[in-house]
Design a protein around this ligand. Sequence first.
Ligand code: PLP
Length: 409
Amino acid sequence: MNRSSASPAAPAGPALTRRMARLGTETAFQVLARAEDLRRAGRDIINLGIGQPDFKTPAHIVEAAQKALADGHHGYTPAGGIPELREAVIRDIEARRGVSVDPGQVLIMPGGKPTMFFAILMFGEPGAEILYPNPGFPIYESVIEFSGATPVPIRLREANGFAFDPDEVLDQITPATRLIILNSPGNPTGGVVPRETLDRFVAGLERHPHVAILSDEIYSRLLFDGHEHASMMAYESIRDRLILLDGWSKTYAMTGWRLGYGVWPKQWVEAAERLAINCHSCVNAATQYAGIAALDGPQDAVEDMRAAFEERRTVMVDLLNAVPGVRCATPGGAFYAFPNVQGTGLSARDLQNGLLEQAGVATVAGTSFGAMGEGYVRFSCANSIENIRTALTRFEAHLAGGTLGATGP
Ligand code: PLP
């Protein structure tokens, strides 16, 4: 008998795990790729899709990296980062969050993302539930699914300034809840969670000691209208189960450097460091020296960028509110506007696609940030005021049925 005909049907080729089919992505990168394709084909595209500052990294930070390379810092560093950088992070946490932490609790990572990836892998497994903001940064839901856990959306409502409702979230906690993810200032909404909301929430969390918390505070220095950052680190009662995520990408215009950090409770540092060693070993040394220069050096560039984002945000929101069928809440932080576009009669995805293909304006549909983003579109303020004005003119013309775009203003 022919052996191959007796055995079960052989797969046609190597098969990926089922887990891989559950891993999502960040649509902003697809929009960016499509916008670039259109630009290469000669179209005039205004990119309001991307979540990165359009500024250059301040010169003294770049110079610190160049010096580190010239000085011969070319090898591996400790997995959690060079001690001088961890010390600089601690000083920054003390200055901005008023809390003392041990250098050993700070793990330097290649960007903000690995801290969230590791935290979700550490608590997510089949049978576990993880609460996450929706609409929210798409990687949360994607990695929760990947881990096998059940994603439980924390609903963020426009009427509530896109802050979560603490009582509602506390009611969503079950014995299976392992991790709650919070993000303020928030992507994509720009929503800022008020301190009183955190006070109420933390008081309730004390009744649920089995739940870990990941607080993504990557936009903590991008606040407008005099808002002060309310950090989850401020609450001592939950500090032994709180993971803080922050980094350099947004604050210092360093998205491409890949530098971020997590502050971990002592009980989980070793596990998180083990994941880092299995994954990336360490962040490249020169970038870590740049990180020290960023934290310890002059901060005027940070304030200049923040002020620029605030001004653009104001222009963007005013112009959006003048578009028929569009209503836009004023974001208190980050660098996005998240207008409600239900009045246009178009779905978020149709509007995103039409705006890019016909009007030459790249944005990201609210549904890229979760099902609860339907009816909204994210406009990034990481572009000049002139381009924002032109983009909004195109947006209005697009809705009015015109095709102002590639050849428009
Ligand atoms: N967290 C949020 C809410 C973000 O919006 C982003 C980036 O867009 C990140 C984390 C990831 O930052 P990084 O580029 O440093 O990995």
